[in-house]
Design a protein around this ligand. Structure first.
Ligand SMILES: NC(=O)c1ccc[n+]([C@@H]2O[C@H](COP(=O)([O-])OP(=O)(O)OC[C@H]3O[C@@H](n4cnc5c(N)ncnc54)[C@H](O)[C@@H]3O)[C@@H](O)[C@H]2O)c1
Length: 433
């Protein structure tokens, strides 16, 4: 099929690459001309496992094209995906100005039948706004599909290639069939396409993210109580995860969730609730617990060094909001580090992929290193904020030899407390005394 993807970020580039990999011809449109120039030169602007090879391969085969010209994308495609950003506004609502501006651009350039499919996470009712804008600018026929994306950063290509489900939100059976055809190559394990109306599709995305975030916040709340009552949250996690009604996913306690989706989507859902007079009490609590959890961890580190903050050097492992991505948007690591910097601590940080994004997010106020052990020299403690695989089994002797005093604050519960005790390392983790 001939496809256009507008907005070539984490979602857009993965969508475009995977659809091209399945044999489709894909035109990628972005209004960031630097990004398009880099992509044309084979430079992949984000880190996502497997993505760079796939994009370069499909570009070489002539199935992926990069441009800033929306018109060319519309003229030469049947389906136009919208994958532009929908960041949070100061009041928590989702900023859909990029979606509406692309919709206007589509309306102005539409001369023949097209399907407009939104992958971006958009507030419930956006389908009407996009449809109205396009209709106000053209007589040409089109159909609208809400097709929210559920990929996880760090495993985005894998998730797109083998999705748990594809949601197709349309009232037109013919469009439903075309979308099914497009997704069939990704359904070899069995059909996992779920069709519904566009409002339900838009709501499904918010409900899914809020549910996942709820599990994390519940475990984080339990972890705070575990610390007080002398229970071990990791044992509790295993104890409840073995219940088939509960399951094991998304039960890991830690320094809080972050990223470009959960925090903003929960705020947007709360805002939509308020607009319609429905108080989103669960979503509100999930958000509050998450803020508290980040604050609790940052405070624990700050309290430990109380009175000597300006003489404290912290080595930090991890800047991205989770492993296997360079994305630092709403990263708990960035939150905690800014709290440490506010009280004049010095930060020496290492992240396998997010050193430059993390340093930029903190306005260059941290020193970054190309190797985790190099960040430890002269530091008063090691603080772990992201669960990268390479942090899981480090050389503890080397850590001890480099730190001024062997102290680890672990916001991801990567290590076994009795083992660290044997190593004579003072170890502070989440929900385990
Ligand atoms: N990142 C994720 O893990 C994820 C997962 C599922 C859904 N989503 C949703 O998908 C959407 C995109 O997220 P993302 O993380 O890929 O965002 P992103 O910020 O990485 O990418 C957005 C891209 O859109 C481009 N853009 C903005 N306005 C444009 C315009 N008018 N015309 C053309 N291009 C324009 C930007 O230059 C950027 O390249 C959001 O709604 C997000 O909530 C994200």
């Amino acid at each position: 099929m001939k496809i256009c993807v507008v907005g070539i970020g984490y979602v857009g580039l993965v969508t475009a690459g995977c659809l091209a990999e399945a044999g489709n011809n894909v035109i990628c449109v972005d209004n960031d001309s630097d990004k398009i120039t880099s992509l044309k030169n084979g430079e992949i602007p984000i880190y996502e496992p497997g993505l760079a090879e796939m994009v370069r391969h499909n570009e070489k085969l002539g199935r992926l094209h990069f441009t800033t010209e929306l018109k060319g994308g519309i003229d030469n495609s049947l389906i136009i995906f919208l994958a532009v950003g929908t960041p949070a506004m100061p009041d928590g609502s989702a900023d859909i100005s990029a979606i509406l501006s692309v919709a206007a651009g589509i309306g102005e350039n539409l001369t023949d039948y097209r399907i407009i499919a939104t992958k971006s996470t958009v507030p419930i009712g956006t389908y009407k706004k996009v449809t109205d804008i396009i209709k106000s600018k053209t007589e040409a026929p089109f159909d609208y599909v809400s097709n929210p994306e559920f990929l996880k950063e760090g495993a985005a290509v894998e998730d797109f290639m083998r999705p748990d489900r594809i949601i197709i939100g349309t009232t037109n059976p013919a469009v439903n069939e075309i979308m099914k055809q497009l997704y069939n190559p990704f359904m070899r394990r069995g059909n996992r396409i779920i069709s519904m109306g566009p409002a339900s599709a838009e709501m499904t995305k918010y409900a899914a993210n809020t549910m996942l975030a709820t599990r994390i916040s519940l475990m984080n709340e339990i972890s705070a109580l575990c610390e007080k009552v002398g229970a071990n949250v990791e044992q509790v996690r295993q104890g409840i995860g073995s219940d088939s009604r509960i399951g094991r996913s998304f039960l890991f306690p830690g320094v809080g969730f972050g990223g470009s989706c959960f925090p903003k989507d929960i705020r947007a859902l709360i805002h939509t609730g308020a607009e319609y007079g429905v108080e989103m009490m669960m979503a509100n609590s999930v958000r509050q617990v998450n803020i508290n959890q980040q604050e609790r961890f940052a405070k624990r580190v700050k309290d430990y060094f109380a009175g000597r903050e300006n003489k404290t050097v912290l080595a930090v492992w991890g800047l991205s909001f989770k492993a296997k991505t360079d994305d630092v948007r709403e990263s708990p690591a960035i939150y905690c580090i800014s709290k440490f910097l506010d009280c004049k601590m010095k930060i020496k940080a290492y992240d396998p992929e997010a050193n430059s994004a993390g340093s930029a997010a903190l306005n260059g106020r941290i020193e970054t290193f190309q190797n985790g052990y190099d960040a430890l020299g002269d530091a008063d403690a090691l603080v772990i904020l992201t669960d990268w695989q390479e942090f899981r089994n480090p050389d503890f002797e080397l850590i001890k030899s480099k730190l001024k005093k062997p102290v680890i604050f672990d916001g991801r519960n990567l290590y076994d407390p009795p083992y660290l005790k044997k190593q004579r390392i003072e170890y502070h983790s989440i929900g385990r005394v």
